[in-house]
Design a protein around this ligand. Structure first.
Ligand code: NAD
Length: 466
């Protein structure tokens, strides 16, 4: 379903007219949906604050080592210049100051050492003069430590960073820029590069106002090109929408993809599979026979990536909802994913990943979606429970909670509600299936293992949600 306001914003006359009338048009977002590259941050000017002036030296070494390695062109605004000089020389990309009027693509502030209220002021003094100059679709990242277990004042200071970032993301959204918190526990510093490669690149387009909590469950490393070479992946509900985009992105990065869908979507599933030189598997996840056929398929004996994407809505207020609407939705959205986790998930090969589609409705609830929200919150429970157990077998598990994504599912939403859902996002538009697919692909890759156990919202900073 097309977004007319967004279409208008690509026309310069319409843009000037809208500006003169004071009508805000959604920004055009920068997107990278091409193959992963060795230097994902090539040509991107990144201003960094670390060490003294930012409050911490703890993460400087990791930042200094990873940004130039990923191709970033760094300007050190405050902190450990020597560390950046040494690492930058090694990659032939030494830091250089920002020229007058030069506009950076990203601002990275290491706030992990901030332990009191007074030091929080550094966020303001560093970022306030810079945010206006950030390029459209730019990025602001604030690095922090998990507040839990810290002394009173330090815990408060670290937790306040999340509120800061979520608000800044709302202010930046009208230019297509985003802001995120990256929470780094002690012992996980070596995973920062893998996460920055994604978050600072135009692949994290529709992720805004998020806290990315790096986990220590599994080691993770940035794997530049074709990170999924030789992997076998199953994507459920891959005939269209987010599933089809995910199948394409996984195949682009080297995976051999099995395109699953309902038998009623056979023609579309075959089309997607033919395009990817993949296989087709047809099975109705809403019935027992279909589930058994899927689980027993010999092609799934050896699997590396399981993307649990298939899902349905049956929206109605609880008072009016029929038992059939409740039951069918629960079978497809929660019972089937649990069965696939218990069977296929349990035999994923070491180095593999299971990524499950939840929804912001499962986090925040939604009018007319008691059944859907319950099923999607159930997915979060499943993922959080599975993450630790699977880690002992070297398998990553995570969930994605999309906001409003432009697919056939969201096209069924009444017009007025759909318009509201688009405009309340920080980025004042819906996301594309490709935006979610890029995050799934990241989570399925060796880099994404840094986020095992996470629930990541891909919602453009939707107002709805925790
Ligand atoms: P979609 O309706 O476009 O695609 C869903 C796919 O699942 C279809 O190909 C469909 O045939 C398949 N499917 C449905 N029931 C099935 C069954 N019984 N057996 C086998 N396959 C079945 O939806 P989408 O928007 O691409 O959503 C994909 C996932 O993302 C879903 O889990 C959805 O709940 C979630 N999600 C979507 C949005 C959004 O705004 N589009 C927001 C939050 C979460």
């Amino acid at each position: 379903m097309s977004d007319r306001l967004l279409a208008l914003s690509s026309n310069s006359t319409a843009r000037s007219l809208a500006k003169s009338l004071g009508v805000p048009l959604p920004p055009r977002l920068e997107r990278d949906t091409g193959p992963w590259r060795d230097l994902p941050l090539a040509g991107r000017r990144i201003v960094v604050w670390t060490g003294e002036g930012a409050g911490s030296t703890a993460l400087s070494a990791a930042l200094a080592e990873s940004l130039p390695r990923l191709g970033g062109d760094v300007a050190v605004a405050a902190g450990e210049v020597a560390a950046f000089e040494a690492a930058g020389q090694a990659w032939a990309r030494p830091p250089r100051p920002l020229a007058e009027n030069e506009r950076p693509a990203a601002l990275v502030f290491d706030a992990s050492g901030i332990t009191d209220v007074a030091a929080l002021q550094q966020l303001w003094s560093a970022l306030s003069p810079q945010v206006r100059g950030l390029l459209a679709s730019g990025r602001v990242l604030v690095l922090s430590r998990p507040p839990r277990g810290l002394p009173l004042r330090a815990a408060a200071a670290q937790r306040s960073l999340e509120g800061f970032v979520r608000s800044l993301a709302k202010e930046l959204g009208r230019t297509g820029a985003t802001a995120q918190l990256v929470e780094v526990p002690h012992g996980a510093e070596d995973r920062i590069g893998a996460v920055l490669a994604f978050l600072l690149s135009p692949r994290s387009t529709y992720v805004s106002g998020q806290a990315w909590r790096i986990s220590t469950l599994l080691p993770a490393a940035f794997t530049p090109s074709r990170p999924l070479d030789g992997r076998r992946a199953l994507v459920t509900g891959a005939a269209r929408g987010i599933g089809a985009a995910t199948a394409r992105a996984l195949a682009r990065e080297g995976a051999r993809v099995i395109v699953h869908d309902h038998p009623g979507a056979e023609a579309e599933a075959r089309e997607v599979a033919a395009e990817l030189h993949g296989d087709v598997l047809l099975a109705d996840l809403g019935d027992e026979e279909g589930l058994q056929r899927l689980v027993g398929d010999p092609r799934l004996e050896a699997l590396d990536v399981l993307v649990q994407n298939a899902g349905i809505t049956r929206d109605r207020t609880l008072a009016r909802m029929s038992a059939e609407e409740w039951d069918l939705l629960m079978r497809v959205n929660l019972e089937a994913p649990l069965r696939l986790a218990e069977t296929l998930g349990e035999r994923l090969r070491s180095g593999g990943a299971m990524v499950c589609l939840s929804s912001i409705g499962g986090i925040a609830g939604n009018m007319g979606q008691t059944n859907y929200a319950a099923s999607k919150a159930g997915i979060i429970g499943m993922v959080e429970s599975a993450a630790e157990g699977y880690a002992s077998r070297g398998v990553a598990v995570s969930a994605i909670a999309p906001g409003f994504i432009e697919t056939r599912m969201s096209a069924a939403i009444p017009f007025a509600t759909r318009e509201v859902a688009r405009r309340i996002a920080n980025l004042s538009q819906g996301g594309l299936p490709e935006d979610v697919a890029e995050v799934v692909t990241f989570l399925a890759s060796p880099s994404g293992r840094a986020l095992s156990g996470s629930v990541l919202r891909v919602c453009g900073g939707n107002l709805i949600g925790a």
